[in-house]
Ligand binder design. Structure first.
Ligand SMILES: [Zn+2]
Ligand SMILES: [Zn+2]
Length: 405
């Protein structure tokens, strides 16, 4: 009797202990799963960082991450703060320097020094700048090598992957055309990046026969007219185009001609100069965005702030040199022969006279008129285009707000 009770007690204790252990194990599992869920990206995330006039794109899938370009040297704190603090990332599976220009690899050395990096991908071209040297030193001091990706090669990134398409030729000293181009694929969602590849390199990429189709295209060369050829846009056929460029940049990026091609291809645009950092998320089927597409179709690079010209602005700004009725008169950017409006950057018309291709007017999504800023008819939609553009679309001046003609 006595013995049996003891045995029973022992087996009860054992049973309870093993139950406790199972409970403990499940608890640990839950905690670790929970903490993973906080840190990891659901689906695929593509972060187009606002680094002024430069490129820096973070891609996350689950516990995996990669960085395409790392802005200028002066963007170091912005980039490291975003990666380490905002996103809580300490490891990057891949770091890609599309080509060795300062606005792409400026902070690459800091990224390599500050995070755990798996592979560094660079094109097979060198340059003699201090920036490039610093990148090589950082790679060396971390005991890393350089991977020169061969076009056609695919790399895994968690449940996503990316395929390299370029560079496909020898471009001598033309660093832009040496840009690594790659497409990130997650389920049915594709994101294409071509660095600063110019139209001739775009032609080579298209000729190489890769499937370039993508939902999202990061505009080539910050939206430069010298990239983003119709041939390329036809091949990619993007629904969305993200333009990484700096507000008031001296290159006029994005250029009007490129914007016109984006418009004509029916793409929606996002632009970091006007909207800051932009994040796209894909669940493998559809893509959602951290902000609405931009309605600002005006070229960059002018001296005025782009953000004051977005929809809903109070609109006391006139872009014409006409009698500018209803405007404050202090903000006229065209038609005057002084430099009050244009702060000396290299706008296409360098004689102080604005060409009609630079005069900006406002249109709506469906209306047949074009307007001055702040016109009452711009309440539901307010899209900024050049006067030339408005005329090319067959729009006529609004009789209420007296826009430039
Ligand atoms: Zn660039
Ligand atoms: Zn470049």
């Amino acid at each position: 009797m006595h013995n049996r009770t003891n045995e029973n007690n022992q087996s009860v204790t054992k049973r309870m202990f093993s139950r406790f252990m199972i409970f403990l194990a499940m608890l640990l599992l839950l905690i670790s799963a929970g903490s993973t869920a906080v840190m990891a990206a659901d689906g695929l995330e593509v972060h187009f960082l606002d680094v002024g006039q430069g490129d820096c794109t973070l891609i996350r899938q689950g516990d995996h991450a990669m960085l395409i370009d790392a802005g200028r040297e002066e963007d170091k704190d912005t980039i490291l703060n975003y990666l380490l603090n905002t996103e809580g990332i300490t490891s990057l599976d891949y770091v890609v320097g599309t080509h060795p220009h300062e606005d792409h690899i400026g902070s690459l050395d800091s990224v390599i020094e500050s995070l755990n990096v798996g592979e560094v991908l660079l094109p097979d071209v060198i340059t003699t700048t201090r920036t490039f040297e610093q990148v090589l030193t950082a790679i060396d001091s971390k005991g890393l090598g350089i991977t020169v990706p061969v076009p056609g090669t695919s790399y895994p990134l968690g449940d996503a992957s990316f395929s390299v398409f370029a560079p496909v030729g020898d471009y001598g000293d033309d660093l832009n055309n040496w840009s690594i181009a790659l497409k990130v694929t997650y389920g049915e969602s594709d994101f294409l990046f071509t660095g600063d590849a110019e139209a001739s390199a775009e032609q080579d990429i298209v000729s190489a026969g890769f499937d370039l189709s993508a939902d999202v295209f990061q505009a080539g060369h910050h939206g430069s007219d010298t990239s983003n050829s119709n041939l390329m846009l036809d091949s990619v056929n993007p629904a969305f185009i993200v333009i990484s460029c700096g507000s008031g940049n001296s290159y006029g990026h994005p250029n009007q001609e490129a914007l016109d091609r984006f418009w004509n291809h029916g793409a929606k645009i996002f632009r970091t100069d006007a909207q800051g950092t932009i994040v796209a998320s894909s669940d493998g089927t559809s893509i959602s965005w951290s902000t609405e597409p931009s309605e600002n179709w005006a070229p960059g690079g002018a001296s005025f702030s782009v953000t004051t010209r977005t929809a809903g602005s109070s609109g006391n700004i006139s872009y014409s040199g006409s009698d500018s009725s209803g405007t404050s008169g202090n903000d006229s950017y065209a038609g005057s022969d002084d430099s009050s409006g244009i702060s000396g950057d290299d706008s296409p018309a360098d004689n102080g006279q604005a060409a009609s291709s630079e005069i900006q007017v406002h249109i709506t999504e469906t209306g047949s008129k074009y307007h001055s800023a702040g016109c009452q008819y711009l309440r539901s939609s307010d899209i900024i285009v050049t006067l030339d553009d408005a005329k090319a679309r067959g729009l006529t001046p609004c009789s209420k707000c007296n826009p430039p003609q």
